[in-house]
Design a protein around this ligand. Sequence first.
Ligand SMILES: Cc1cc2nc3c(=O)[nH]c(=O)nc-3n(C[C@H](O)[C@H](O)[C@H](O)COP(=O)(O)O)c2cc1C
Length: 229
Amino acid sequence: MKNEITRREFVGVTATAAVAGSLASTDATAAEGEFKPIKILGIACSPRKGMTTAKAVQAALDAAKGLDARIQVELIDLGGLDIAGYSPAPPPDDFVSILPKLQDPAVVGLIIGSPSYFRGCSSLCKAFIERCAPLREPKMLLDGKPVGVIATGGFRNGGQELVIEQIQTAMLCFGMIPVGGRPPAFQGGTVLATKDDISSDELGLGTARNTGLRVADFALKLAGVKREA
Ligand SMILES: Cc1cc2nc3c(=O)[nH]c(=O)nc-3n(C[C@H](O)[C@H](O)[C@H](O)COP(=O)(O)O)c2cc1C
């Protein structure tokens, strides 16, 4: 139970005796629906839907979800979607369907994944971030929320850390708090794809999971959930 919230703390957070009673004989999962959801969105920015970047981001989301029953996760796979970069009059493309998910007040953290394309993020990732301007104005909706980043590449040292840095830097403009992964994944998720497969990259998948856990750690803190050290 080292990383699980204690029952006493849980009751303290929820502050209702009735709920406390109901938890006495069940685990936190039973009470999931009774609390404000803590939502973490994953955004996979490869033009190839369901491929290695989406899988790596999903691994991070699964790890985040496994940390606490109140955490809800959703993967937004941009693969196959039509998203143009910023322009003064953006076209009515697929970003329109994504924006409301990002504006949801329940969203407490993001995990953004991009393939390394010539040691930089994908143009789809850049376009996505540029189009997120409505999340800055009129209100900084992502201010103070954690963002973790995962980069996939065909080479072990294929620029993944540069991609992470690029995305983290961009998200500073939204007031987000860039986090790495839990140690030793200090910068985030750096994943190696071999023939479009990441399943054998245990080290890289570990960094992706650790990134999900780190975002979840901060999301829970933001939500006022106290956990044992
Ligand atoms: C245009 C292009 C440029 C690429 N440049 C790099 C690179 O600089 N470093 C690297 O490690 N892999 C590079 N790759 C490989 C991809 O990053 C890798 O295949 C990644 O897993 C693709 O993500 P996906 O499976 O989600 O589409 C490149 C691939 C493409 C298509």
